[in-house]
Design a protein around this ligand. Structure first.
Ligand SMILES: [Ca+2]
Length: 171
């Protein structure tokens, strides 16, 4: 008898674990956010008056081609205030970016937040975010922002892009 087993395999396409690169994250424009490199992590602190005004970002400028099967994984903890995770994704077909966001409430226990990239909506007619990286067209931008005013206190341990693939095995 032959049985076919379907399973989901995940491959890591990219990862930033903040071990070496203290400068992977940037402050957005002149918004105020303190970015502190920890041992293997990074801490973002601010106290913005308005939603979205504590904003740190990074980009993935690799030659990888992202697909709808890919998932952003962020290992994060915070002070319990709402954090907005916003991404801009460039798909294979062209220079257009697709945007998506998740609002998360984490608290002081580390959690792995998973954001499937397939939910991005076409984002066009604007120089943003490409204007942030002149001469480069990254496959992904990620913004970590305050979704409420007030105390913003976020720690990131790791950011990964995983690809989920169905695989078949015959037995
Ligand atoms: Ca780390």
């Amino acid at each position: 008898m032959i049985s076919i087993i379907l399973f989901l395999a995940s491959t890591m396409l990219w990862q930033e674990d903040f071990t070496d690169d203290a400068y992977a994250l940037h402050q957005l424009y002149d918004y105020q956010v303190d970015i502190t490199h920890l041992d293997g992590g990074v801490k973002l602190t601010a106290n913005p008056l308005f939603e979205g005004f504590a904003s740190a970002w990074l980009y993935v400028d690799e030659s990888i081609v992202l697909t709808d099967n890919d998932v952003l994984e962020i290992r994060i903890r915070d002070n319990g205030n709402a954090v907005r995770l916003r991404y801009f994704l460039r798909k294979q077909e062209g220079a257009n970016y697709y945007a998506g966001e998740s609002i998360v409430f984490i608290g002081d226990e580390w959690q792995n937040v998973e954001i499937p990239l397939k939910h991005g909506q076409l984002f066009s007619g604007c120089e943003f975010p490409a204007a942030l990286t002149p001469g480069k067209t990254p496959v992904l931008y990620l913004f970590i922002e305050n979704a409420v005013s007030g105390d913003f206190d976020v720690e990131l341990d790791r950011i990964s892009i995983m690809r989920l693939e169905k695989e078949m095995e015959q037995k």
